[in-house]
Design a protein around this ligand. Structure first.
Ligand code: CA
Length: 225
């Protein structure tokens, strides 16, 4: 899951970035509307957290421009307190939801999970592959009922592979989907995450096969027979 935070308050943006990264999201930050639109033209974001009160181009203008371009990611507006008109206007312009400042981080994360659940980009929040059961909304995985302990990075890799189960995915595609701009994840480091994840899945009889010189394929155990 890749997230863009559009927020001019640096302290708030930093806090959001840190929290969401700890939860395993790849997060970028744009401090104003112009940079946000540029980022959205170049990358696909599953979710955009959009502050209404931005310098220059405000959040509504950004929202209007994004919906005009048919951006498919969910848009969650960050609005100021006592601005009911803003909330109505934002929803009318095509925002998926809003949170009112000041908000608590657990509240924001709950709203994000609810949006993901609603969004069409996630086929089903709960998936089963052989002995592995995964809930992409609650961000939990278990094997035969035993919780699978995954780092945020491993979680990101697993989620991506499962979303493309049975297809060969290149390392470039995965890095693009899993890394934010200031992430300096090298191919070598990335391979380490994949091999650790592979080791953790071995007990479940699940295979991440290497396609030499290209990438990986997660073999869906139910599709193979
Ligand atoms: Ca602001």
């Amino acid at each position: 899951m890749r997230v863009l935070i559009v927020e001019d308050d640096t302290a708030l943006a930093d806090g959001l970035q840190r929290t969401l990264r700890q939860s395993g999201y790849a997060v970028d930050h744009a401090p104003n509307g112009e940079l946000a639109l540029r980022a959205c033209a170049e990358e696909h974001y599953d979710l955009i957290l959009l502050d209404v009160g931005l310098p220059g181009m405000d959040g509504f203008e950004v929202l209007r421009a994004l919906r005009k371009r048919r951006t498919t990611g969910s848009i969650l507006l960050l609005t100021a307190r006592d601005m009911e008109n803003d909330r109505v206007k934002g929803l009318d312009l095509g925002a998926d939801d809003y949170v009112t400042k000041p908000f608590s981080l657990p509240e924001l994360e709950a709203r994000i999970r609810a949006l993901i659940r609603r969004s069409k980009s996630v086929r089903s929040p709960r998936m089963r592959y052989g002995a592995l059961q995964i809930d992409t909304v609650a961000r939990r995985a278990d094997v035969d009922g035993q919780p699978l302990e995954l780092t945020p990075r491993e979680w990101g890799v697993l989620e991506y592979l499962l979303a493309h189960a049975g297809q060969v995915v290149s390392k470039e595609q995965m890095l693009q989907a899993l890394c934010s701009w200031d992430d300096s994840l090298t191919y070598n480091a990335f391979e380490v995450y994949v091999s650790r994840l592979r080791a953790k899945l071995q007990g479940a009889g699940l295979k991440i096969r290497t396609v030499r010189g290209f990438g990986y394929i997660f073999e869906d155990p139910d599709a193979s027979h």
